[in-house]
Design a binder for this molecule. Structure first.
Ligand code: HEC
Ligand code: HEC
Ligand code: HEC
Ligand code: HEC
Ligand code: HEC
Length: 359
């Protein structure tokens, strides 16, 4: 009897272990992130020792936890978006924007002031193509989450409401391994790629602290029969380029005010297939973090064990992130490579446009 009980207990324990292992959500004791009264022995419990309490009884704000500006790109398992580590995570680093305004997004709390040239206005904005309830307001600054940010559900103007449930949710369908599947992705914030509501992909577990051809994030890129002048949450296919276009609409939508519909294009196309003909027929088949490509749903199969190390003309697509970093980069316009200096063959634009001479 005793033996049976012990065996049952061990089975129970390993079940908990396997469950929590598969479940890639925040871990650690509650008190390392939360404070019940923001007071202990009469002193504030917030990380910056501020007496002002944070939403959701947290010891920091998004910026307080994620933009600590230390020499590490990951601090206590918290991915950092503003730091001085020589290695940047996948979206880049807001430190470049602190140095040069045009290097990326001027997010409130990290950047003291709005972009000196653009102000709070996203170039290419079209309210019809923004699926959120209230839309982006140029009367206030760009923030991390909510209607004036990128993360969480943009129907909420409050940052905490927008990401609610994200950090404690089960995101195993987004992680490489047996649990990976596109089915169910985008249903809510935790099941959306990096808490970007509705967006789909595969999440590298170290946010690309280490990045190789076979170790990186994957982004969905899809075909659009038409790209009208309106978009809605229900209509969205969940591509990363659609996320950018919630605010930079004109750079994604079709027609004469948008990208056009075929060559000759009017603005650089995204979410279109890299043709397997002409100069594209000889693109390098090795995936590079300098010019990532998006994948059709058929390539992001259930149980995907690792990132795809190849690029296939005729299948893979050019996306906003083929040229840009999401947060900030060392180049103007948050580009992944310089567009104003000579490119050597096989780099930057020339990775895809193989027959344009290095200039
Ligand atoms: C590593 C940091 C971290 C730890 C540890 C942590 N939390 Fe949280 N928790 C967060 C963050 C960040 C949020 C707010 C954003 C969100 O909901 O994603 C949150 C939100 C919550 C919420 C609000 C949920 C909602 O749906 O809005 C509750 C309740 C909560 N935590 C309870 C706990 C309890 C209980 C523990 C300990 C078992 C704990 N947390 C441990 C970071 C943490
Ligand atoms: C108390 C500290 C804390 C606060 C406050 C906090 N986060 Fe996080 N956040 C974390 C930790 C820890 C992780 C890593 C969780 C993991 O390992 O998956 C994380 C992960 C993330 C991720 C990546 C999710 C993924 O799939 O890897 C995003 C995006 C994010 N947070 C956004 C936010 C936003 C937006 C806010 C403010 C509304 C916020 N966080 C507030 C601690 C925090
Ligand atoms: C919630 C709205 C929003 C979303 C979503 C968004 N942006 Fe922006 N973006 C802005 C605003 C506002 C500006 C202008 C202010 C600034 O530069 O901070 C801007 C500016 C830019 C700039 C010019 C930067 C400069 O300083 O000249 C680039 C490049 C850019 N965004 C690329 C992207 C890409 C790529 C994505 C998707 C990964 C994206 N944006 C998603 C709001 C957004
Ligand atoms: C990831 C691959 C990729 C990268 C990187 C890339 N392009 Fe493209 N580019 C494409 C694809 C695919 C098309 C559309 C081809 C088609 O369908 O005709 C295209 C179209 C164009 C066109 C329009 C051609 C036409 O027929 O109308 C120009 C011009 C162009 N790209 C220039 C550039 C420049 C300049 C850069 C670097 C800043 C660049 N591209 C980077 C894949 C790429
Ligand atoms: C082929 C590379 C390439 C792709 C793909 C691309 N961009 Fe750009 N983007 C650039 C370059 C280069 C610039 C610099 C300005 C220019 O050349 O028009 C730029 C500039 C911008 C700007 C700043 C505009 C301004 O007025 O300052 C924004 C915003 C932007 N891109 C957003 C996007 C979004 C959103 C997507 C996807 C829908 C996207 N880009 C796709 C290369 C690209």
């Amino acid at each position: 009897m005793k033996k049976t009980l012990i065996t049952m207990f061990l089975v129970f324990l390993s079940a908990i272990f396997i469950y929590s292992y598969a479940d890639a959500k925040v871990s650690g004791v509650c008190s390392s992130c939360h404070t019940m009264h923001n007071s202990q022995d009469g002193a504030p419990m917030t990380f910056d020792s501020s007496a002002t309490p944070n939403g959701k009884l947290l010891r920091g704000s998004c910026v307080g936890c994620h933009a600590q500006n230390t020499s590490s790109n990951i601090v206590d398992s918290i991915p950092q978006v503003y730091h001085s580590d020589p290695t940047d995570l996948a979206a880049g680093n807001f430190s470049y924007v602190v140095t040069a305004d045009s290097s990326g997004h001027n997010v409130e709390g990290i950047l003291t002031s709005a972009d000196g040239v653009l102000g709070n206005t996203p170039p290419g904005y079209n309210s019809g193509y923004d699926p959120s309830l209230t839309g982006f307001s140029t009367a206030s600054r760009l923030v991390c989450a909510g209607s004036n940010g990128c993360h969480g559900n943009r129907d909420s103007s409050d940052e905490w409401d927008a990401v609610s449930g994200g950090h404690h949710g089960d995101d195993s369908i987004l992680k490489y391994g047996a649990g990976f599947t596109l089915t169910g992705q985008g249903a809510d914030v935790p099941t959306s790629y990096r808490f970007l509501y509705k967006i789909k992909g595969a999440e590298d577990s170290d946010w690309q602290d280490t990045v190789t051809a076979t170790d990186h994030n994957e982004y969905l890129a899809e075909t659009y029969a038409t790209r009208g002048t309106t978009d809605s949450w229900a209509n969205m296919k969940g591509t990363i380029s659609e996320l950018c276009s919630e605010c930079h609409s004109t750079f994604h939508l079709g027609g004469t005010s948008g990208i056009g519909s075929a060559s000759p294009w009017l603005r650089h196309p995204t979410d279109v297939v890299i043709p397997s003909s002409g100069e594209f027929a000889s693109i390098s088949t090795t995936y590079s973090d300098q010019t990532p490509v998006g994948r059709p749903a058929a390539s992001l199969t259930s149980g995907l064990t690792a990132a795809i190390g190849t690029v296939a003309a005729g299948t893979d697509r050019v996306i906003c992130l083929s040229c840009h970093r999401a947060h900030g980069s060392q180049y103007p316009d948050s580009l992944r490579y310089s567009y104003q200096t000579t490119l050597s063959s096989g780099t930057g634009c020339l990775r895809c446009h193989t027959q344009k001479d290095p200039y």
